[in-house]
Design a protein around this ligand. Structure first.
Ligand SMILES: Nc1ncnc2c1ncn2[C@@H]1O[C@H](COP(=O)(O)OP(=O)(O)OP(=O)(O)O)[C@@H](O)[C@H]1O
Ligand SMILES: [Mg+2]
Length: 351
Protein backbone atom coordinates (compact mmCIF):
# COMPACT_ATOMS: atom_id res chain seq x y z
CA UNK A 1 0.00 0.00 0.00
CA UNK A 2 1.46 3.36 -0.96
CA UNK A 3 1.61 5.87 1.87
CA UNK A 4 -0.82 8.27 0.17
CA UNK A 5 -3.56 5.71 -0.30
CA UNK A 6 -3.99 5.74 3.49
CA UNK A 7 -4.54 9.51 3.51
CA UNK A 8 -7.97 11.06 3.01
CA UNK A 9 -8.68 12.19 -0.51
CA UNK A 10 -7.47 15.77 -0.74
CA UNK A 11 -9.19 18.12 -3.12
CA UNK A 12 -7.00 20.60 -4.87
CA UNK A 13 -3.46 19.74 -5.73
CA UNK A 14 -4.34 16.33 -7.15
CA UNK A 15 -2.78 13.00 -6.43
CA UNK A 16 0.22 13.40 -8.77
CA UNK A 17 1.48 16.35 -6.73
CA UNK A 18 0.78 14.64 -3.40
CA UNK A 19 2.48 11.43 -4.48
CA UNK A 20 5.41 13.45 -5.81
CA UNK A 21 5.72 15.23 -2.46
CA UNK A 22 5.65 11.89 -0.67
CA UNK A 23 8.32 10.48 -2.99
CA UNK A 24 10.39 13.63 -2.43
CA UNK A 25 10.18 12.89 1.29
CA UNK A 26 11.59 9.42 0.68
CA UNK A 27 8.25 7.58 0.78
CA UNK A 28 8.25 7.56 4.56
CA UNK A 29 5.48 10.13 5.07
CA UNK A 30 1.94 10.49 3.81
CA UNK A 31 0.01 13.70 3.26
CA UNK A 32 -3.13 14.14 5.36
CA UNK A 33 -4.30 17.49 4.06
CA UNK A 34 -3.27 20.20 1.67
CA UNK A 35 -4.05 23.83 1.08
CA UNK A 36 -2.94 26.05 -1.79
CA UNK A 37 -0.73 29.03 -0.86
CA UNK A 38 -0.36 30.49 -4.35
CA UNK A 39 -0.50 29.05 -7.87
CA UNK A 40 2.01 26.18 -7.74
CA UNK A 41 2.79 26.23 -4.03
CA UNK A 42 0.94 24.08 -1.47
CA UNK A 43 1.06 23.74 2.29
CA UNK A 44 0.89 20.04 3.25
CA UNK A 45 0.06 18.44 6.60
CA UNK A 46 1.84 15.12 7.07
CA UNK A 47 0.82 12.08 9.11
CA UNK A 48 3.76 12.86 11.39
CA UNK A 49 2.07 16.13 12.35
CA UNK A 50 4.71 18.18 10.48
CA UNK A 51 3.81 20.90 8.01
CA UNK A 52 5.78 21.24 4.82
CA UNK A 53 5.54 23.32 1.66
CA UNK A 54 5.55 21.75 -1.82
CA UNK A 55 6.31 23.77 -4.91
CA UNK A 56 5.97 22.68 -8.51
CA UNK A 57 8.62 24.22 -10.75
CA UNK A 58 7.99 24.80 -14.44
CA UNK A 59 9.50 22.38 -16.96
CA UNK A 60 13.24 22.71 -17.36
CA UNK A 61 13.05 22.65 -21.19
CA UNK A 62 14.48 25.67 -22.90
CA UNK A 63 16.50 26.93 -19.94
CA UNK A 64 19.02 29.54 -20.99
CA UNK A 65 21.61 27.83 -18.80
CA UNK A 66 20.81 24.09 -19.14
CA UNK A 67 22.65 23.26 -15.91
CA UNK A 68 20.62 25.84 -14.00
CA UNK A 69 17.55 23.70 -13.41
CA UNK A 70 15.73 25.57 -10.61
CA UNK A 71 15.18 22.29 -8.79
CA UNK A 72 18.92 21.61 -8.71
CA UNK A 73 19.97 25.18 -7.99
CA UNK A 74 17.53 25.57 -5.11
CA UNK A 75 18.56 22.24 -3.54
CA UNK A 76 22.25 23.06 -3.70
CA UNK A 77 21.99 26.68 -2.59
CA UNK A 78 19.69 25.85 0.33
CA UNK A 79 22.01 23.01 1.40
CA UNK A 80 24.94 25.42 1.42
CA UNK A 81 22.95 28.03 3.33
CA UNK A 82 21.77 25.45 5.87
CA UNK A 83 25.36 24.43 6.60
CA UNK A 84 26.18 28.08 7.23
CA UNK A 85 23.22 28.39 9.60
CA UNK A 86 21.43 30.97 7.46
CA UNK A 87 17.74 31.69 8.04
CA UNK A 88 16.24 29.65 5.18
CA UNK A 89 13.90 26.65 4.94
CA UNK A 90 15.32 23.17 4.84
CA UNK A 91 15.23 21.56 1.40
CA UNK A 92 13.60 18.22 2.22
CA UNK A 93 13.69 16.60 -1.19
CA UNK A 94 12.52 16.75 -4.79
CA UNK A 95 10.67 14.63 -7.29
CA UNK A 96 12.22 15.23 -10.70
CA UNK A 97 9.40 13.58 -12.67
CA UNK A 98 6.70 15.94 -11.33
CA UNK A 99 9.20 18.77 -10.80
CA UNK A 100 8.11 19.14 -7.20
CA UNK A 101 10.37 20.36 -4.39
CA UNK A 102 9.48 20.06 -0.70
CA UNK A 103 10.67 22.46 2.01
CA UNK A 104 10.21 22.83 5.73
CA UNK A 105 7.41 25.29 6.46
CA UNK A 106 8.99 28.39 7.99
CA UNK A 107 5.81 30.38 8.66
CA UNK A 108 2.42 31.38 7.39
CA UNK A 109 3.04 35.10 6.74
CA UNK A 110 5.15 36.79 4.12
CA UNK A 111 6.86 39.91 5.41
CA UNK A 112 4.86 41.83 2.80
CA UNK A 113 1.52 40.66 4.23
CA UNK A 114 2.76 40.88 7.82
CA UNK A 115 3.71 44.55 7.48
CA UNK A 116 0.44 45.40 5.74
CA UNK A 117 -1.58 43.70 8.49
CA UNK A 118 0.11 45.98 11.06
CA UNK A 119 -0.22 43.44 13.84
CA UNK A 120 1.11 45.87 16.41
CA UNK A 121 4.35 43.95 16.70
CA UNK A 122 7.54 45.81 17.49
CA UNK A 123 8.85 47.03 14.11
CA UNK A 124 12.38 47.40 15.53
CA UNK A 125 12.43 43.74 16.46
CA UNK A 126 11.28 42.60 13.02
CA UNK A 127 13.64 45.00 11.31
CA UNK A 128 16.53 43.57 13.32
CA UNK A 129 15.54 40.00 12.45
CA UNK A 130 15.07 40.77 8.77
CA UNK A 131 18.47 42.47 8.61
CA UNK A 132 20.02 39.44 10.31
CA UNK A 133 18.37 37.07 7.84
CA UNK A 134 19.45 39.01 4.75
CA UNK A 135 22.94 39.60 6.17
CA UNK A 136 23.36 35.94 7.09
CA UNK A 137 22.53 34.82 3.56
CA UNK A 138 24.89 37.41 2.04
CA UNK A 139 27.73 36.23 4.26
CA UNK A 140 27.05 32.56 3.56
CA UNK A 141 27.06 33.02 -0.21
CA UNK A 142 30.04 35.39 -0.29
CA UNK A 143 32.57 32.56 -0.10
CA UNK A 144 30.82 30.43 -2.72
CA UNK A 145 30.83 32.79 -5.69
CA UNK A 146 33.17 30.67 -7.83
CA UNK A 147 30.99 27.58 -7.65
CA UNK A 148 27.66 29.43 -7.89
CA UNK A 149 28.58 31.50 -10.96
CA UNK A 150 27.97 28.55 -13.36
CA UNK A 151 24.24 28.73 -12.59
CA UNK A 152 23.74 32.40 -13.34
CA UNK A 153 21.57 32.94 -16.43
CA UNK A 154 22.41 35.65 -18.95
CA UNK A 155 19.68 37.96 -17.64
CA UNK A 156 21.29 38.00 -14.19
CA UNK A 157 24.96 38.41 -15.17
CA UNK A 158 26.94 41.54 -14.26
CA UNK A 159 26.50 42.97 -17.77
CA UNK A 160 22.72 42.61 -17.40
CA UNK A 161 22.90 44.35 -14.03
CA UNK A 162 24.66 47.29 -15.68
CA UNK A 163 21.84 47.55 -18.23
CA UNK A 164 19.12 47.07 -15.59
CA UNK A 165 20.71 49.75 -13.44
CA UNK A 166 20.80 52.23 -16.32
CA UNK A 167 17.08 51.54 -16.85
CA UNK A 168 16.37 51.96 -13.13
CA UNK A 169 18.12 55.32 -13.13
CA UNK A 170 16.22 56.50 -16.22
CA UNK A 171 13.07 55.45 -14.38
CA UNK A 172 14.21 57.26 -11.21
CA UNK A 173 14.85 60.45 -13.21
CA UNK A 174 11.31 60.13 -14.62
CA UNK A 175 9.99 59.64 -11.10
CA UNK A 176 11.86 62.72 -9.92
CA UNK A 177 10.45 64.78 -12.79
CA UNK A 178 6.92 63.71 -11.87
CA UNK A 179 7.39 64.29 -8.16
CA UNK A 180 9.04 67.71 -8.32
CA UNK A 181 8.39 69.32 -11.68
CA UNK A 182 10.57 70.79 -12.95
CA UNK A 183 13.37 68.98 -11.08
CA UNK A 184 16.03 71.39 -12.25
CA UNK A 185 19.57 70.67 -13.28
CA UNK A 186 20.97 70.41 -9.79
CA UNK A 187 18.62 67.64 -8.64
CA UNK A 188 19.05 65.75 -11.90
CA UNK A 189 22.83 65.97 -11.57
CA UNK A 190 22.67 64.89 -7.92
CA UNK A 191 20.71 61.80 -8.89
CA UNK A 192 23.17 61.00 -11.69
CA UNK A 193 26.03 61.29 -9.19
CA UNK A 194 24.24 58.97 -6.78
CA UNK A 195 23.66 56.47 -9.60
CA UNK A 196 27.37 56.49 -10.48
CA UNK A 197 28.41 56.07 -6.86
CA UNK A 198 26.17 53.01 -6.47
CA UNK A 199 27.23 51.54 -9.83
CA UNK A 200 30.91 51.70 -8.83
CA UNK A 201 30.31 49.36 -5.89
CA UNK A 202 30.86 45.60 -6.19
CA UNK A 203 27.79 43.44 -6.70
CA UNK A 204 27.48 40.01 -5.08
CA UNK A 205 25.80 36.77 -6.04
CA UNK A 206 22.48 36.06 -4.38
CA UNK A 207 18.83 35.33 -4.99
CA UNK A 208 17.59 36.96 -8.17
CA UNK A 209 14.13 37.40 -6.63
CA UNK A 210 14.38 39.70 -3.61
CA UNK A 211 11.06 41.10 -2.50
CA UNK A 212 9.16 40.94 0.80
CA UNK A 213 6.96 38.16 -0.62
CA UNK A 214 10.08 36.01 -0.45
CA UNK A 215 10.62 36.74 3.23
CA UNK A 216 8.57 34.49 5.53
CA UNK A 217 7.71 35.45 9.10
CA UNK A 218 6.64 33.13 11.89
CA UNK A 219 5.17 35.48 14.53
CA UNK A 220 4.96 32.73 17.15
CA UNK A 221 8.52 31.49 16.79
CA UNK A 222 9.70 35.06 16.16
CA UNK A 223 11.67 33.99 13.08
CA UNK A 224 12.31 35.57 9.69
CA UNK A 225 13.48 33.36 6.80
CA UNK A 226 14.32 34.01 3.17
CA UNK A 227 12.85 31.71 0.52
CA UNK A 228 13.25 31.34 -3.24
CA UNK A 229 16.80 30.47 -4.26
CA UNK A 230 15.98 28.76 -7.53
CA UNK A 231 17.54 31.57 -9.59
CA UNK A 232 20.78 33.34 -8.73
CA UNK A 233 22.05 36.63 -10.03
CA UNK A 234 24.44 39.52 -9.50
CA UNK A 235 23.18 42.52 -7.61
CA UNK A 236 24.14 44.84 -4.79
CA UNK A 237 23.51 43.53 -1.29
CA UNK A 238 22.14 46.90 -0.20
CA UNK A 239 19.63 46.88 -3.07
CA UNK A 240 18.48 43.42 -2.02
CA UNK A 241 18.17 44.53 1.60
CA UNK A 242 16.05 47.58 0.72
CA UNK A 243 13.71 45.63 -1.54
CA UNK A 244 13.40 42.61 0.75
CA UNK A 245 12.29 44.91 3.57
CA UNK A 246 9.98 47.39 1.84
CA UNK A 247 6.38 46.24 1.74
CA UNK A 248 4.03 47.52 -0.95
CA UNK A 249 1.18 45.14 -0.17
CA UNK A 250 1.60 43.45 -3.53
CA UNK A 251 -1.31 41.08 -3.02
CA UNK A 252 -3.76 43.74 -1.76
CA UNK A 253 -5.74 46.42 -3.57
CA UNK A 254 -5.21 48.74 -0.58
CA UNK A 255 -1.44 48.17 -0.33
CA UNK A 256 0.45 50.86 1.57
CA UNK A 257 4.12 51.76 1.23
CA UNK A 258 5.46 50.27 4.47
CA UNK A 259 9.22 50.32 4.91
CA UNK A 260 10.84 48.31 7.69
CA UNK A 261 14.33 49.79 7.65
CA UNK A 262 15.22 52.64 9.98
CA UNK A 263 18.50 54.18 11.12
CA UNK A 264 18.94 51.61 13.93
CA UNK A 265 18.44 48.72 11.49
CA UNK A 266 20.91 50.31 9.09
CA UNK A 267 23.47 50.62 11.91
CA UNK A 268 22.98 46.95 12.61
CA UNK A 269 23.29 46.14 8.89
CA UNK A 270 26.61 47.99 8.86
CA UNK A 271 27.97 45.53 11.44
CA UNK A 272 27.08 42.71 9.03
CA UNK A 273 29.00 44.17 6.10
CA UNK A 274 26.36 46.35 4.44
CA UNK A 275 27.30 49.93 3.60
CA UNK A 276 24.95 52.48 5.20
CA UNK A 277 25.53 55.09 2.47
CA UNK A 278 24.72 52.51 -0.22
CA UNK A 279 21.57 51.42 1.63
CA UNK A 280 20.41 55.04 1.71
CA UNK A 281 21.23 55.39 -1.98
CA UNK A 282 19.32 52.29 -3.02
CA UNK A 283 16.43 53.40 -0.81
CA UNK A 284 16.21 56.74 -2.63
CA UNK A 285 16.48 55.18 -6.09
CA UNK A 286 13.84 52.59 -5.18
CA UNK A 287 11.44 55.30 -4.02
CA UNK A 288 11.99 57.35 -7.17
CA UNK A 289 11.27 54.22 -9.22
CA UNK A 290 8.00 53.90 -7.33
CA UNK A 291 7.28 57.53 -8.17
CA UNK A 292 7.71 56.66 -11.84
CA UNK A 293 5.25 53.77 -11.42
CA UNK A 294 2.78 56.16 -9.81
CA UNK A 295 3.20 58.54 -12.72
CA UNK A 296 2.45 55.72 -15.18
CA UNK A 297 -0.58 54.64 -13.15
CA UNK A 298 -1.86 58.20 -13.12
CA UNK A 299 -1.50 58.43 -16.87
CA UNK A 300 -3.25 55.06 -17.27
CA UNK A 301 -6.01 56.17 -14.90
CA UNK A 302 -6.78 59.00 -17.26
CA UNK A 303 -7.76 56.44 -19.87
CA UNK A 304 -9.19 53.60 -17.79
CA UNK A 305 -9.91 52.36 -14.27
CA UNK A 306 -6.95 51.40 -12.11
CA UNK A 307 -6.48 51.08 -8.38
CA UNK A 308 -2.85 50.10 -7.94
CA UNK A 309 -0.80 52.87 -6.39
CA UNK A 310 -3.18 55.54 -7.48
CA UNK A 311 -4.32 58.65 -5.71
CA UNK A 312 -2.80 61.47 -3.74
CA UNK A 313 -2.50 59.36 -0.59
CA UNK A 314 0.07 57.19 -2.33
CA UNK A 315 2.02 60.27 -3.37
CA UNK A 316 1.89 61.54 0.20
CA UNK A 317 3.29 58.23 1.48
CA UNK A 318 6.07 58.42 -1.07
CA UNK A 319 6.98 61.98 -0.15
CA UNK A 320 7.00 61.06 3.54
CA UNK A 321 9.32 58.11 2.86
CA UNK A 322 11.57 60.25 0.69
CA UNK A 323 12.14 62.64 3.53
CA UNK A 324 13.43 59.89 5.83
CA UNK A 325 17.20 59.50 5.46
CA UNK A 326 18.82 56.19 6.33
CA UNK A 327 22.33 57.67 6.40
CA UNK A 328 23.54 61.07 7.56
CA UNK A 329 25.88 61.74 4.64
CA UNK A 330 26.72 60.58 1.13
CA UNK A 331 25.30 61.26 -2.32
CA UNK A 332 21.76 60.16 -1.38
CA UNK A 333 21.71 62.67 1.47
CA UNK A 334 22.89 65.38 -0.93
CA UNK A 335 20.26 64.32 -3.45
CA UNK A 336 17.53 64.37 -0.81
CA UNK A 337 18.51 67.88 0.29
CA UNK A 338 18.41 69.00 -3.30
CA UNK A 339 14.96 67.51 -3.90
CA UNK A 340 13.67 69.09 -0.72
CA UNK A 341 14.96 72.51 -1.65
CA UNK A 342 12.69 72.34 -4.66
CA UNK A 343 9.61 71.00 -2.98
CA UNK A 344 8.14 69.29 0.03
CA UNK A 345 7.91 72.38 2.13
CA UNK A 346 5.94 70.90 4.98
CA UNK A 347 2.23 70.77 4.31
CA UNK A 348 2.65 72.15 0.84
CA UNK A 349 1.54 70.08 -2.12
CA UNK A 350 4.03 70.10 -4.96
CA UNK A 351 1.28 70.39 -7.53
N1 LIG B 1 9.30 27.12 2.96
C1 LIG B 1 8.21 27.90 3.04
N2 LIG B 1 7.63 28.11 4.24
C2 LIG B 1 6.51 28.86 4.34
N3 LIG B 1 5.90 29.44 3.30
C3 LIG B 1 6.45 29.27 2.09
C4 LIG B 1 7.62 28.49 1.88
N4 LIG B 1 7.90 28.48 0.56
C5 LIG B 1 6.95 29.22 -0.04
N5 LIG B 1 6.07 29.70 0.87
C6 LIG B 1 4.88 30.53 0.60
O1 LIG B 1 4.52 30.39 -0.76
C7 LIG B 1 4.60 31.64 -1.44
C8 LIG B 1 5.12 31.42 -2.83
O2 LIG B 1 6.38 30.79 -2.77
P1 LIG B 1 7.55 31.16 -3.80
O3 LIG B 1 7.83 32.60 -3.69
O4 LIG B 1 8.65 30.22 -3.59
O5 LIG B 1 6.82 30.82 -5.15
P2 LIG B 1 6.61 31.69 -6.45
O6 LIG B 1 6.11 30.78 -7.48
O7 LIG B 1 7.84 32.44 -6.70
O8 LIG B 1 5.46 32.64 -6.03
P3 LIG B 1 5.42 34.21 -6.21
O9 LIG B 1 5.42 34.44 -7.70
O10 LIG B 1 4.15 34.59 -5.52
O11 LIG B 1 6.66 34.76 -5.58
C9 LIG B 1 5.48 32.51 -0.57
O12 LIG B 1 5.20 33.87 -0.74
C10 LIG B 1 5.12 32.01 0.83
O13 LIG B 1 3.90 32.58 1.23
MG1 LIG C 1 8.03 34.38 -4.29
Amino acid sequence: MSPSSAAPVVAGPGRPLLRAAERALGGRRSVRAARRVVRDVWRLWLDSGDRVVAKRHPAADGLAVPAADPLVVEAEVLARLAVAGAAVPQFLGADAAERVAVFSDVGTWTLDDWLQARPGADPHLWAARAVDAVGGVEQALAGATASLQRWVPAWAQKSALTRAWAAAIRQAQAGLAWLVPPPGREATACLAELADDLARRSPTLGSADYNPGNVVVDPVAGTVCLIEFSALGWDWPERRLVQYTTSLGARRPDGQLTPLLNVAAVDQAATLGFDAVAIDGHWLVFLLNLAAVLAQVERAAATGPTRLWAGTERRRQLQAALSVPLAASGPAAACRRCIHQISFVEGEETR
